[in-house]
Design a protein around this ligand. Structure first.
Ligand code: PMP
Ligand code: GLU
Length: 416
């Protein structure tokens, strides 16, 4: 018997893999300081839970429209208009899926194709370091990923010139993610407008089918003085931007599995319609009694989101300050999301107390977990210069941050 080539060549998600590894160790009684999964440590706010409980008790337990009930799709369209300034959206331009990851998967299946025999593949531009799942999802849809390298000195951001250079007639998609996982950095409004100008230009000439996916799942977790800006609000390109978001991060709802996406205009409606067709053969609607919980979160819980954001801001300060005291670790100050992404490569080439050769980020993370019981994510799969970095999630308490950085510092100081 055989597995498909498609999955045999598929790379597992390193964030999920290290997260599972840390969880398994904890279950077996080992005291692991876990900084792997990007998942708020807060509980879901009460009004959200209550809305789901009420709907469940009222019997909202049957199939519902594939992309969500009209009231919830409209509430999301209203959110995009109100918070993000995205013009011309109706509920028909909105798709609700089982997590932002699912939204991205379904969207890319609807936008990309494998190449016909003898032709070169469509291209998806991904700034790197970038989230580990973008490339596998694009490749599963048959496209080739074109990485645009960025550097810590520029807060891991691409430039308009770099983007202009990268767009070819085969470019079908550009993926942007601000605030960024894993970098914790953000584009300013001016920077996004400059990228939008390049996109508008390319759409008129080289790449008329170019679509932008703007992954804004960390929209509500910003604290560095750069206001969040949605590139989908720029009128010249609004009709070619699919804005993806979800409930996981802003409202501490990772386990609920709710993501959503929207694109205005005629093509937006067609894309969302195609996503409905695909989801109709895939998952149908998300859990029915969750829809009122989405509406409760959007209507009633912005103060809860702000409270959690303030805690992440304090933790960002704390971890940046503590890491600055660890020799050989260079960190860009995060302005959004809940990740720091330090360069640890000055330690490569050394040997751990148990005799492991630390010749990569992966080797460092494995040794750190086995020998110091601190779980962080190796950089390699985030692309580009990320192989010199590790990702540390600070969606955890301040005491854990203090203990974790101390243990990391202790471990690094024992490398020979
Ligand atoms: N985009 C980014 C950048 C992420 O980091 C994540 C997960 N943390 C997602 C999308 C998907 O999140 P979810 O599926 O929980 O909505
Ligand atoms: N996205 C989160 C992370 O990067 C959760 C795991 C995943 O889906 O990648 O940690």
């Amino acid at each position: 018997m055989r597995l498909s080539h498609r999955v045999e060549g598929l790379k597992p998600s390193v964030t999920v893999a290290f997260g599972n590894k840390a969880k398994a160790l904890k279950r077996s009684g080992v005291d692991v300081l876990d900084f792997t999964l990007g998942e708020p440590d807060f509980d879901t706010p009460q009004p959200i839970k209550q809305a789901a409980i009420d709907a469940l008790l009222a019997g909202q337990t049957k199939y519902m429209p594939t992309l969500g009930d009209p009231a919830t799709r409209q509430a999301i369209a209203d959110k995009f208009a109100r918070d993000n300034g995205i013009p011309g959206l109706t509920g028909d331009h909105v798709a609700i899926s089982a997590g932002g990851k699912h939204s991205l998967y379904v969207a890319m299946q609807c936008l990309l194709d494998p190449p016909p025999p003898g032709q070169s593949p469509l291209e998806v531009i991904v700034p790197v370091p970038g989230w580990v799942s973008y490339a596998p999802i694009a490749e599963l849809a048959g496209a080739r990923v074109v990485e645009l390298p960025t550097l810590p000195a520029n807060d891991f951001k691409i430039t308009p010139a770099q983007l202009r250079e990268a767009i070819t007639p085969r470019t079908r998609l550009l993926i942007l993610n601000s605030p960024s996982n894993p970098c914790g950095t953000m584009y300013t409004e001016a920077e996004l407008r400059a990228l939008a100008a390049v996109i508008a230009d390319a759409a008129r000439s080289t790449a008329p089918d170019l679509v932008v996916i703007s992954d804004e799942i960390y929209e509500k977790i910003v604290y560095g003085g750069i206001p969040h800006f949605s590139i989908g609000s720029v009128p010249e390109i609004a009709d070619r931007v699919l804005t993806v978001n979800g409930m996981s991060k802003a409202f501490a709802m990772t386990g609920w599995r709710v993501g959503y996406a929207a694109m205005p205009g005629e093509f937006g409606k067609r894309l969302i319609g195609a996503m409905a067709t695909l989801q109709g053969q895939m998952t149908t609607n998300i859990t029915s009694f969750v829809y009122p919980a989405i509406r409760a979160a959007l209507a009633e819980c912005s103060a809860d989101a702000d409270r959690m954001r303030d805690a992440f801001a304090r933790r960002a300060d704390l971890i940046t300050r503590l890491l600055a005291g660890v020799p050989g670790v260079r960190t860009v100050r995060p302005t959004g999301a809940f990740y720091v992404f330090p360069d640890v490569s000055s330690h490569f080439g050394r040997t751990s107390p148990a005799g492991r050769r630390i010749d990569s980020s992966l080797a460092l993370c494995e040794a750190l977990l086995d020998e110091a019981r601190v779980a962080i994510v190796p950089g390699e799969d985030f692309g580009g210069c990320a192989k010199n970095h590790v990702r540390i999630t600070f969606a955890c308490g301040e005491q854990q941050i203090e203990r974790g950085v101390a243990a990391l510092g202790g471990f690094l100081s024992r490398l020979a």
